[in-house]
Design a protein around this ligand. Structure first.
Ligand SMILES: Nc1nc2c(c(=O)[nH]1)N[C@H]1C(S)=C(S)[C@@H](COP(=O)(O)O)O[C@H]1N2
Ligand SMILES: [Mo]
Length: 319
């Protein structure tokens, strides 16, 4: 495998290291009404009302209510400009700072997501349907790339578990496989990295996919996802290395065997399927004990499961 493909981008160019800018969330009006996301009654009321004219691309509906359960008090959000201009998205470029300006031809609307495999109710959903099926909410998550840099960003979306319940998995469904678009005419990476097993695929065990943290994501910083961050729909799995958080999804399949993933196919010893954030397990070529905060350059300790042990440690308890 050529060396270039795995070269981590260690440094943010100086021009991107901007002073801390406090991101002010204009809270969704429901927050003002004292809406409680953890209260099932209110939750289902909102779901039933369902914003019928909601559209994934309707920026006017943003920002959404920020869920207090995922709004840690003592964290500093990553500077928005850095989070939307320092991107890993190999369909466009291996150079993080080039991705954004290479997304011009990428068509993200209209967009359909096909859901199939071992499910009772396979469906093809337009992005508008996906985004109006369940109430959207904002969650501030830590995000840790395998390359040892990290950020803290507010994502907008809904738990993947809700969508899974809707399609009713059959007993054979043991894993969920996600697939990104494959359009060589819209993104140069497919041609430039012609030896990659495109399209980009990722996967989760069923219990990981059902975990309440696993987020179907349509927005970031109170706006619809920009193309470079995986428009119009991606997955965010905050206790795993960033490459599990697959962007610009077109298919979700329920499968009976652990699916091959792009990174695992390329380098199984470097990017194994499970990929939980773990400071004690070295990447073969570097330590994972610390991480560089992407906009300040500060180095901080990496935490097991990226700090989400209370939600996920039980999934990996050896019994
Ligand atoms: N389709 C696709 N999804 C992807 C990637 C990619 O190259 N292609 N890169 C992954 C990696 S390595 C990281 S760190 C995150 C980066 O997400 P961000 O640009 O929103 O920070 O996206 C992940 N999802
Ligand atoms: Mo990453």
């Amino acid at each position: 495998m050529p060396n270039i493909i795995l070269r981590p981008g260690w440094h943010v160019p100086e021009r991107l290291v901007t002073p801390e800018k406090v991101y002010r969330n204009r809270r969704h009006f429901l927050a003002e009404l004292g809406f409680c996301g953890l209260c099932p009654m209110f939750g289902s009321t909102l779901a039933a009302e369902g914003p019928s004219t909601n559209s994934a691309s309707a920026a006017k509906d943003y920002p959404y209510w920020r869920n207090p359960e995922f709004n840690p008090a003592n964290v500093r959000l990553t500077d928005e400009e850095v989070a939307i201009s320092y991107n890993n998205f190999y369909e466009f470029s291996t150079t993080k700072t080039r991705v954004r300006r290479l997304t011009g031809k990428f068509v993200t609307s209209p967009w359909d997501v096909q859901i199939g495999g071992f499910v009772e109710k396979p469906m093809k959903l337009s992005m508008e349907e996906v985004a109006s099926m369940f109430p959207l909410e904002e969650r501030v998550y830590r995000f840790r790339c395998v390359e040892a840099w990290s950020m803290v960003v507010p994502w907008t979306g809904f738990p993947l578990s809700k969508l899974i319940e809707k399609v009713v998995p059959k007993p054979q469904a043991k894993f969920v496989k996600f697939t990104t678009f494959f359009r060589p005419d819209q993104a140069p990476g497919f041609t430039e990295l012609s030896n990659y097993p495109w399209p980009y695929t990722e996967g989760l065990r069923m219990d990981e996919a059902m975990n309440p943290l696993t987020l179907v994501t349509t927005g970031i910083y109170g706006k619809p996802l920009p193309k470079q961050n995986g428009a119009p729909i991606r997955i965010v799995v905050p206790w795993k290395y960033g490459y599990k958080s697959i962007k610009s999804i077109v298919r979700i399949d329920f499968v009976d065997k652990q699916p091959p993933t792009l990174w695992e196919s390329l380098a199984p010893d470097e990017y194994p399927f499970e990929s939980n954030v773990n400071p004690n397990i070295r990447h073969p070529r570097w330590s994972q004990a610390t991480e560089r905060v992407v906009d300040t350059g500060n180095r901080v300790n990496t935490i097991l499961y990226n700090g989400y042990g209370e939600y996920v440690a039980k999934l990996y308890a050896k019994s």
